[in-house]
Structure formats: C-alpha cells, structure tokens
Design a protein around this ligand. Sequence first.
Ligand code: HEC
Length: 264
Amino acid sequence: MLKVLSSIIVLAGALVLSPVWGGDFDRQSLIDADYKQGRTAFQQRCSACHTLAEGGSNLVGPNLYGVFGGEAGTKANFAYSDAMINADFDWTPANVGEFMADPLAKVPNTKMIIPEGVPEADRAAVVSFMMLETGAADWARPEIEEELLPEGASIAEKYPSFWNHMMNNTTHYRMVTAEGEYEFDAYFNKDGSVSSNTKVMGFWHVDERDFFCYALHRIPLKPKQFIECFPIVAMSIPRFSQELWKSKPAAGLTLHGGILPGRP
Ligand code: HEC
C-alpha cells in the first residue's frame, strides 16, 4: 500500500514538475547533488523558519511541502507580504535557487530576511534536498550513511560551535511588551543555569528533539517569566549581532535576541 501510495505521489510530482526544468538546474544535476550537503545547509540556514514535511507547522516562514511547481505566495494559512502575494511566478527549482541566493533581489520587499544568501556551491544541493523532502522529486532519496555519535553524546560534542557560542558569549535581549521595553544581557552557563546583568535569572535544558529550551523569570514587567525552545541546528552558524532573531514566546511579548562577543 505504501509503495503504491508513494508511486502515486512520485507520479503526481513528475506531472506537476515536468514543465519547470531549466534555468540553472537541470534535472541530472539535482539528482546528482549531495543530499547531506543540502540537508546540512538547509538545517543551518532555513530550518529555523521553515518545516518541509507534509502537514508541518508554519514557523516564521510557511511550511514548504508542495511548494515546488506552485505559484509564489499562495499557501493557505500563511500571512505573506504583499510583495510575495503579488510576485507573479512559479517556484521552479531555478526560482527557488535564485530566491535563496538573494531573497530581496528576487522578490523586492519580501519579508524573508536571511543573514546571507546561500553560496552558489550549496544551492543545487539545497534545492535537491528540498525537492526530496517536499514531495517534488521524481527520483529516489539516496541511501545515506549516518555517522552516529555515541549514545549519550553531550550537546558540547554534538554541536560544538553552538555550545561554544552560547556558553562563552553574551545573549542580548530586548523585550517589547504593552508595558514598555526591557533590555538585558543573559549568560547561559554550562551548569544549566542562566544569569544576567539584571535580576533576571533562569535555567535551560536540551530536549529529546535537540531543541534548546530555556526559561527566564524575575522580569520587572509583564510577562514576568517566559519559556522558549528552538532547534539547535538553527543556531549552528555562529554569528554576532545585537539583534539576530525575533520571536513571540508569550502573549503580549515580542522578543528580540542577539549574541554579543564575550562576557564581562
Ligand atoms: C528568518 C526566517 C526565515 C529563514 C531563515 C528562511 N525563510 Fe524562507 N520565508 C520566510 C518568510 C517570512 C517567508 C514569506 C515571505 C514573504 O511573504 O515575503 C518565506 C518564504 C519562502 C519561500 C516562498 C514560499 C511560498 O509559499 O511562496 C521559499 C521558497 C523559502 N522561503 C525558502 C527558504 C529557503 C530555501 C531558506 C534557507 C536558505 C529560507 N527560506 C530561510 C522566512 C524565512
């Protein structure tokens, strides 16, 4: 049954996609692309904002299942920018490649803001990986050998660059609430605690999905506390900036976070 279903899906994919080849990516170069290279680049550069699996949630960006072959800005249940709604093209592999190279050049005023475009060397691999994971590829997913880490490997072993970044630098927060704004610096400590340069404090842990979850409390305005989780892979390219991400971890709270080098 599964087999029949998947060949129907593959067939449907092929039908939708047959007219869209061309541009930078011919079909063979996508088939030949390195799956793991594409997966790693997607995890590092896109997965903070996008899920790929059928029925996956919208995050900051829309779930991308079925995006190939469809018109830009047309998924239900996602609040696109006017720029994306008015963009008049289909998501061919070439268009997705151009968009990840420079979103604002492809769709001026899009609200997808990424710190840097995907380098050319990774683009075919990312497009190929996305097609395989969003039901658009009419070729089989390659067999891949995973290098398994020893069971019980620590976060420091599994994600060394994330670990060093979070544990040695300063996380800067700007909270925007109905009562006003509040800024502080937080320090994630190796013992699971979070300290700060104000009376805010908290703790963190990593859950079974490898999401980094932390709770902060003793905040001098409402909400007085909040909890937030994010996938560690989303932080695996270490970057410094006063504001790197924005989230809404609690009702009435918009949180702007960034990482600054070093600690006092
Ligand atoms: C910081 C969050 C963020 C990151 C990181 C991000 N995106 Fe997006 N993405 C968005 C948002 C928001 C939109 C909707 C843009 C709009 O409406 O203008 C979007 C839209 C898209 C669309 C169009 C979807 C549609 O239905 O038309 C594609 C394709 C896409 N992103 C691919 C990518 C790829 C590939 C990456 C990684 C290189 C990536 N995105 C990284 C936030 C993000």
